[in-house]
Design a protein around this ligand. Structure first.
Ligand SMILES: Nc1ncnc2c1ncn2[C@@H]1O[C@H](COP(=O)(O)OP(=O)(O)OP(=O)(O)O)[C@@H](O)[C@H]1O
Length: 723
């Protein structure tokens, strides 16, 4: 991924959590490639994946095994999953039902001598790792994927890809089943386990699939308008893709379970739950140093709390991709719809093959000291390769898991997968940590909002003390003051926002001997409630999740870390009740602040800018405050806020209209560009033809002048000549 302008590669020496220096912030590698050979006999698993079994709908009873050895379902199984009658698969010959591959050592797969050995072909492939049929997903994860996940958390862009023929275990490896969790859940758990104690994190998740060359947002309720843009400085931008801020693995699994229901999965003759699309789960990880750490320049000016939000933020992504399986229609039969899907799948996998080939050639040229920068890499040939461009094009680390059928019947496809694997192993990669000092990251934005709320809280507390003193001086009875409500609301808002920013347990749990440690002034602000926090946490999280869902407060339009991300409400989903709730929330939060200000400044009318800035506060996750019977002053504030909300609504519908208009314009431009490029192609072709004609005429002229015989040539459409 080309480094975005606001993201600078880290040059300084980095330190691990334990304070030990890391050898280098730059990782010079190649794509790490491993193969996983599926067992010969598989029992048909329940249709539920790890996510939906654990976190959404109740578990479905396991589907009885109707699949024959080798993953070929019987005709009955096919017809059950797919109403259109399909051709019965050809019966498998006995001689095809044995292991066609032997695993030698830890990294080599060799074609079994029992299979047909074709002369002149490679029969042995050495990769970074080869996992035999008895290896579990946990082993694959621990040996090949875990280090990559750890470095994604350190700040390196990372990707894991499962590739292979249909029904070879890609989804089994990536998603897994209730009894055998896949790489996606294992990685997600790992992410939350390896938070460094001197850093804080903000994690967002997106989930998409590429189906028939269309990118579909699996987190969006309706159809989504997703566009890919190449930004000169920020690299690939996925416009319109939803991202959710997440705070724990469970929350991600719930999100993924919902998204999974929207996926395109169908029954084929090879696999009753075949993925008909490429699917990508992506985590965006933002992190920054906190506390007294000033290592490697990441601590920033931590002595000064006002500047605390100015420390550099690292931005990295972890992409977990389950590719649809390549399939041979001729061999396995299919109805028209499946045939068409298969066509798109094969085409995009072919495009991936071409990109990998071009990259490996480029790597070879670089190794031999040639300038390879001019080499064309056909990323634009498919949506899949466009999406994978940031992971493939250099500044990332990738692990490719090639899934292999054990059957001799599939030996050709397995050879193709191994060839792809061997190619990919030659693709060079050079990952660097990226960090940003400006305020485009969501973590920075949240931190600033928290700082602003803390300042308000501090002011409110000071105001409270002053009032109390005044009352004491005038020997008045202390009256019930709505300052208390304001303080409580601000504390709640701060806590809710803080909850979205993750810290390592080691960092947040104080050692027993230091329970009373309260040094930073910001900690003092919240200390009164520290005991309640623990008990309320689960309820609070549930409430926050609920509020996020209904208000879309933490849903962020845009896709890449370079996309400006702000916590805004999703206008398309706002209902009038959401608006009403939002209004009351703002009323609750602002009412007391505005009253305090009006008291302080003796000006009763709230300034619109103050309201707007609070309205933008991502404290939308705060629960609704209790609504007391409206006072005249409250009513005025409510009216002002209502007017502001209406204005915002109008503005957002105008923006939506603008977006539709611009999208249409862009589409028209795209079409125009395509036509122009077609015309250009024709012109180029004609030019080649004319040049050939020209040289032929010269030859004729020369023959006439010199009296030598002339052999006429036939000029072909591509400019070649036929004698
Ligand atoms: N290592 C394994 N151990 C046990 N069962 C496996 C293994 N690998 C795959 N299977 C089983 O094989 C079947 C097909 O696997 P899976 O659906 O993961 O294939 P796939 O490569 O994702 O196929 P497609 O490309 O069609 O989606 C599933 O029932 C799965 O549970």
């Amino acid at each position: 991924m080309p480094p975005p302008s606001n993201l600078k590669p880290v040059q300084q020496q980095l330190f691990t959590d334990n304070g030990a220096p890391r050898p280098s912030a730059e990782k010079k590698t190649h794509i790490e490639v491993c193969a996983r050979i599926r067992p010969l006999q598989i029992t048909m698993q329940s249709s539920s994946s790890y996510f939906n079994d654990h976190h959404a709908s109740p578990r479905k009873p396991p589907v009885p095994s109707t699949r024959r050895a080798g993953g070929i379902p019987t005709p009955k199984a096919s017809a059950k999953g797919n109403k259109t009658p399909q051709k019965s698969p050809a019966p498998i010959a006995e001689e095809d039902l044995f292991y066609a591959w032997d695993v030698i050592g830890k990294d080599t797969a060799s074609q079994s001598p029992r299979t047909d050995i074709v002369q002149g072909r490679t029969h042995q492939y050495t990769l970074d790792k080869v996992y035999g049929p008895t290896c579990s997903t946990k082993e694959v994860y621990a040996q090949s994927v875990k280090p990559l996940v750890m470095s994604a958390m350190e700040g390196y862009h990372s990707a894991v890809l499962a590739y292979g023929q249909t029904s070879t275990g890609k989804t089994f490896s990536m998603t897994g089943t209730p009894t055998s969790p896949g790489i996606v859940p294992l990685s997600i758990h790992q992410c939350f386990q390896c938070l460094e104690k001197d850093r804080e994190y903000l994690i967002r998740v997106s989930y998409l699939e590429v189906y028939k060359e269309q990118i579909r947002d699996l987190l969006a309720d309706g159809a989504s308008q997703i566009r890919l843009f190449d930004h000169r400085e920020q690299g690939l931008i996925i416009k319109g893709l939803r991202e959710e801020v997440v705070t724990c693995p469970k929350q991600i699994f719930e999100i993924l379970a919902k998204g999974e229901k929207r996926r395109k999965i169908g029954a084929t003759n090879m696999n009753q739950h075949s993925s008909r699309s490429h699917v990508m789960v992506r985590l965006w990880i933002e992190s920054r140093a906190v506390g007294n750490s000033r290592r490697g320049g990441f601590g920033g000016n931590n002595n000064n709390n006002n500047n605390n939000n100015k420390t550099a933020v690292r931005v990295s992504s972890l992409s977990l991709v389950d590719l649809a399986g390549s399939e041979s229609v001729k061999l396995h039969g299919a109805n028209e719809a499946r045939r068409q899907e298969g066509h798109y799948i094969n085409k995009s996998l072919m495009a991936l093959g071409k990109v990998v080939y071009a990259l490996s050639e480029m790597g070879k040229q670089k190794n031999s000291g040639k300038n390879a920068s001019q080499q064309h890499i056909p990323y634009r040939d498919s949506k899949l390769t466009r999406l994978l461009q940031p992971s493939l094009s250099g500044n990332a680390q990738m692990v490719l898991i090639c899934c292999i059928s054990p059957l001799a019947l599939h030996i050709e496809e397995s050879h193709n997968t191994f060839k792809f694997a061997a190619r990919a192993k030659k693709v060079p990669q050079k990952a660097t940590i990226q960090e940003s000092m400006d305020e485009k990251t969501l973590l920075q934005t949240y931190r600033e909002e928290i700082e602003a709320l803390k300042q308000q809280l501090k002011d409110a507390k000071t105001q409270q003390v002053v009032l109390l003193e005044e009352q004491q001086q005038q020997q008045e009875e202390p009256v019930e003051d709505d300052m208390d409500d304001e303080v409580e609301e601000l504390k709640m808002a701060i806590r809710n926002m803080e909850h979205l920013i993750l810290k390592s347990k080691a960092a947040t749990t104080p050692p027993s001997s230091a329970v009373s440690r309260k040094t930073a002034p910001e900690e003092d602000l919240l200390d009164a409630d520290s005991d309640e926090d623990e008990g309320d946490e689960a309820a609070l999280l549930a409430l926050m999740t609920e509020t996020q869902k209904s208000s879309g407060a933490t849903r962020i339009p845009g896709g890449t870390p370079s996309t400006p991300v702000t916590p805004v409400a999703a206008p398309a989903e706002d209902t009038s009740s959401d608006m009403y709730a939002e209004l009351h929330r703002i009323q609750g939060l602002l009412g007391s602040v505005l009253k305090k200000r009006s008291r302080g400044t003796k000006s009763p009318s709230p300034s619109p800018s103050a309201a707007t800035s609070n309205n933008n506060t991502p404290a939308a996750v705060a629960p609704l405050p209790e609504i007391s019977s409206p006072q005249p002053q409250d009513t005025a504030e409510v009216n002002i806020l209502r007017a502001q909300l209406e204005q915002q609504e109008t503005a957002s519908s105008l923006r939506a209209a603008d977006a539709t208009f611009l999208t249409k314009q862009l589409e028209e431009k795209d079409n125009l560009l395509m036509e122009v490029s077609k015309i250009l192609e024709q012109v180029e072709q004609r030019q080649v033809e004319l040049e050939a004609e020209n040289s032929d005429l010269k030859k004729q002229l020369h023959a006439l002048k010199t009296g030598t015989p002339y052999n006429p040539v036939n000029i072909l459409r591509n400019g070649n000549v036929e004698i």
